[in-house]
Write a protein that binds this ligand. Structure first.
Ligand code: MLT
Length: 264
């Protein structure tokens, strides 16, 4: 696996050759959340997985982030590799908000979309107020103000009980987030626009995957996106919460590789 920062500020993983697939991680995680996907999918694609600023190994210069700014950073990863052809953009949760922003800003760079454990809608007033409270909590107490609240909601209840190694993996991913990265992510999610009106204009092949037991974003949100995006494919994964790629990696990987094969 090539791991590089080149002259560009974001750290990203790159493995495989073939049509590019850019995977954007969720909040407050990092590219290592795709460890179980990168090797198997690299048989089908050049898999690129950046760490967003302040997460994993990427530095952050300031906390004034928007989903559009993250999408521009992702486009810069493609620029750094001279990838000009349209690519498959996949994002989980916050990564999905960024993937939708990418599709809005750079439709000509999108070959297809993966919308994973995510939603199209914006935060309502209560959600925005909760983001502000979380930002204040991180400023006062550090990253744990957010990570400790989120940890019990990340996975399906049975995953915590029956597969503690998966729970430890999810927790370790969160512990790599900096307070600045968390504040930037919370601000960007709070201020993200409603992408629901965009859905009917999306003409790319789209795969939507959601855990049936997602405690953070209900599966009904995936159904709303599937109803809006003409021709999209929706798969609900049983015995999975918010991180189906960690909780049910075989089913998840086979859905993604099947989708990438259909594009050929
Ligand atoms: C994520 O998993 O990226 C976030 O929990 C999404 C959100 O808080 O809206």
């Amino acid at each position: 696996m090539e791991s590089t920062e080149k002259e560009f500020a974001l750290h990203f993983e790159s493995q495989g050759t073939g049509p590019p697939l850019l995977l954007i991680h969720g909040f407050p995680l990092n590219s290592r959340m795709w460890a179980g996907q990168i090797a198997p999918l690299s048989n089908h694609a050049q898999v690129l997985a950046p760490d967003l600023p302040g997460f994993g190994d990427s530095p952050i210069s300031d906390t004034t982030y928007t989903v559009e700014r993250y999408a521009e950073d992702c486009a810069a990863v493609l620029d750094a590799l001279d990838i000009l052809e349209p690519v498959t953009i996949g994002g989980l949760s916050m990564g999905g908000y960024i993937a939708l922003a990418f599709a809005r800003l750079f439709p000509e760079r999108v070959r297809s979309l993966l919308l994973l454990s995510t939603r199209a809608g914006a935060d309502m007033a209560e959600g925005k107020a909760n983001r502000d409270k979380a930002i204040a909590g991180v400023k006062e107490h550090g990253a744990s103000a957010v990570t400790e609240t989120m940890y019990p909601k990340f996975l399906a209840p049975a995953t915590y009980a029956e597969r503690p190694a998966v729970a430890t993996q999810a927790n370790d991913l969160m512990l790599a987030a900096s307070p600045e990265g968390i504040i930037a992510g919370l601000s960007a999610m709070r201020d993200r626009p409603d992408s629901t009106p965009l859905l009917t204009s999306l003409k790319f092949p789209t795969l939507i995957i959601h855990g049936q037991e997602d405690q953070l974003i209900p599966p009904s949100e995936a159904e709303i996106m599937a109803a809006g995006i003409k021709g999209s494919q929706l798969h609900l994964i049983a015995n999975a919460g918010h991180l189906p790629n960690l909780e049910q990696p075989d089913e998840f990987n086979s859905l993604l590789s099947g989708f990438l094969n259909q594009l050929k």
